[in-house]
Design a protein around this ligand. Structure first.
Ligand code: GLC
Length: 647
């Protein structure tokens, strides 16, 4: 008799997508948490993985699909096709329905990344332009409901637009439910903040803390009558700093991040990330733990919602910046995106001084960014410009840091010989001599003064300045961000000074309402608006064809083209070749030496001509490359470059 041998079924365990992601990210999470919380970290890690698992199973199938697409196209945010737009939700569209109605405008402009500011419920009354959050999870009542927000996000996505939103994780407003519970006596909620019964500790901390808003809110602590305590308030008196040394803060905040990612927000902007960790005896900015916080959040989100990337709002000194993109002694997975604050500041500095040597020195000193990261390049945003000129860079070109910073502040407030700007001071600090600047790009570049003076030649120059700065932002590499109104050459909002709720904060000068009349005139190229619109459209279209602007593992170097007035950069991409950008910040025409890597066959992508001779008109920007992009390559051969687009 033959014995039947029972065959053992082969058990194939198919790990779930979630488990695979946990396997990939657990070490990142654990090492960040260990650095933050020491022995207490293990329990926290388990809680966070559980929260991520719950968020993953709640995730909308469409977002799950996006996660999968992005798994094969991880550098989607590095595409040369990306173009961003940044606007206050209410000032752009009144409410969420109004923003939806503007989607055709955004697509006409060529935008595929939209940063909507001030989306979520902010403090009633003064709220620092929406950065004092009362409820992280629900849109402001004036804007609409959560369902409307979800509908907006879906409609944006079906139009190829990714939403970026603020995640204000350094502080809540004083009317957030945690703050109210703290006032009501909850020990747990008190422990989420930093509070002190008397001045002993605040005095010790303040010995080394700089003032962020010296005029609006001097000091970093606010006495609260109900609590009978001093509360840590780095920014305004109603913005209570969270105590990130308490692991409960990590758990609460990570939970919120997961929910926001599940709304379909694809880029979370980590507001004021540099301020999150406090260390006695320091300025409490850019502490190593601030990076660990970003790394832990990165890991938790990657487990549940890998389509979401992080943008560091770290407006910090050049030496401190690149670390937010994960560049440390050993690279870490941290934020994918950061504002190129130095390029922005140096752009304005070059226009005021007519020289590019300082910018070259400062930008050359920045460490290369990791291959998975890229910049947000921008000309203006909703904040003031802090004149982040490094003393050593200034000294290297025969200036003093303090002198040049004071010059820029005076120049852009319009108080300097031959200044073309009509900006406004912000955050002037008599003690340190520091002063920042507010104003729309058009106003800072000279449009307002030229129109007031009825001077057409000056108006032409001011437009060229604005075009030059946008030409750098679009051609340097990274996602270029158009600040709402700049595409229309919109000037300052004159109403901020007469409105008592805004007049103490000059940043409102550059937060105007969207101007429908200007938008209606956008195709009239005889107006400054029409010229600027046409230029921005041209930059968008040229960029989309310009593959050397693809940013995965590309290098960019500023170089000296032999003229002090020319800012020059050289991009090199392993597959897509070279691009040289040249911007003449001076008011004379200049001949520069052709770059050796770009021989015959190179073309000027912006002028669409042979670049020879390598001459620059005053305030002209050129992008020169041997790669004429999609113009000459059949679409079928290029689709693989950008799976997002062909998907
Ligand atoms: C960020 C915001 C700024 C705000 C600050 C405090 O820097 O961009 O507008 O005042 O954070 O939240």
């Amino acid at each position: 008799m033959r014995r039947r041998v029972a065959s053992t079924p082969t058990v194939v365990t198919v790990a779930s997508e979630f488990d695979l992601r946990v396997a990939e990210w657990q070490r990142d999470l654990d090492s960040a948490l260990a650095g933050l919380y020491g022995e207490a970290a293990e329990g926290i890690s388990d809680i966070l993985v559980d929260r991520a698992r719950a968020a993953c199973s709640d995730r909308d199938p469409q977002l799950g699909e996006l996660d999968r697409r992005r798994a094969v196209s991880p550098g989607w945010y590095q595409s040369h096709r990306r173009v961003g737009y940044m606007a206050y939700a209410d000032r752009f569209g009144d409410d969420l329905a109004g923003v939806r109605a503007r989607i055709p405008y955004l697509t006409e402009l060529g935008v595929d990344t939209l940063h909507l500011l001030s989306l979520f419920r902010a403090r009633r009354g003064e709220n620092d332009g929406g950065y004092a959050i009362r409820d992280y999870l629900r849109p402001d009542e004036r804007l609409g409901t959560l369902d409307e927000l979800r509908a907006l996000i879906n409609e944006l996505r079906s139009n190829g637009i990714s939403l970026c939103a603020d995640f204000v994780l350094n502080h809540t407003s004083d009317d957030h439910e945690w703050a109210r519970a703290a006032i009501d006596g909850s020990v747990y909620h008190r422990s989420l903040y930093r509070m002190f019964p008397d001045r002993t500790e605040p005095d010790a901390w303040e010995a080394t803390l700089p003032e962020v808003f010296p005029d609006l809110a001097p000091g970093s602590f606010t006495w609260n009558e109900d609590l009978q305590r001093w509360v840590w308030t780095t920014f305004r008196e109603f913005q209570w700093d969270l105590d990130w040394s308490n692991p409960d803060v990590m758990v609460e905040v990570a939970d919120i991040a997961l929910t926001l990612a599940n709304y379909g927000i694809e880029i979370l902007r980590l507001d004021a990330i540099a301020f999150t960790w406090k260390r006695l005896g320091t300025n409490c900015q850019n502490q190593p733990e601030a990076h660990l916080i970003a790394q832990a959040l990165r890991a938790v989100l990657a487990m549940a919602a890998p389509a979401t990337v992080l943008l560091a709002e770290a407006i910090v000194a050049p030496d401190d910046l690149v670390a937010y993109l994960g560049r440390h002694e050993r690279d870490r997975r941290e934020c994918e995106l950061a504002y190129h604050n130095q390029l922005m500041v140096q752009g304005w500095s070059m226009l005021a001084s007519g020289r590019a040597d300082l910018a070259r020195t400062a930008i050359s000193r920045l460490t290369d960014i990791p291959g998975r990261a890229t910049w947000f390049t921008y000309v203006r945003c909703h904040d003031d410009i802090g004149w982040a000129i490094d003393d050593r860079d200034a000294a290297a070109v025969g200036l003093t840091g303090a002198g040049h910073r004071a010059f820029l502040a005076a120049f852009y407030r319009g108080d300097f010989w031959q200044s073309f700007s009509r900006g406004h001071p912000f955050g002037a600090n008599a003690e340190t001599g520091d002063e920042r600047t507010s104003g729309m790009a058009a106003t800072l570049a000279g449009v307002t003064a030229a129109i007031d003076d009825g001077d057409p030649a000056a108006l032409d120059r001011s437009l060229r300045r604005l075009m030059l700065l946008y030409g750098i932002a679009f051609g340097y590499g990274g996602i270029p961000i158009i600040y709402m109104g700049d595409e229309l050459c919109q000037q300052d909002d004159p109403t901020w000074v007469t409105d008592s709720t805004r007049s103490t904060d000059s940043r409102w000068a550059h937060r105007p309402r969207f101007d429908d009349a200007l938008a209606a005139a956008r195709c009239n190229v005889d107006t400054p608006t029409g010229r600027m619109w046409a230029w921005v459209r041209h930059l968008v279209e040229t960029r989309r064809r310009c593959r050397p602007l693809h940013d995965d593992h590309a290098t960019v170097r500023v170089f000296d083209p032999g003229h002090r007035t020319v800012f020059a950069w050289h991009r090199s991409h392993a597959r897509f070749g070279e691009l040289v950008g040249l911007a003449n910040v001076g008011e004379d025409a200049i001949d520069v030496v052709a770059h050796p890597d770009l021989g015959p066959g190179a073309i000027d992508l912006l002028a669409r001509t042979d670049p020879r001779p390598w001459r620059l008109a005053p305030l002209q920007v050129r992008w020169i490359s041997a790669d004429d992009g999609y113009a000459t390559v059949p679409a079928s051969q290029t689709e693989h470059l950008d799976p997002e687009v062909s998907a």
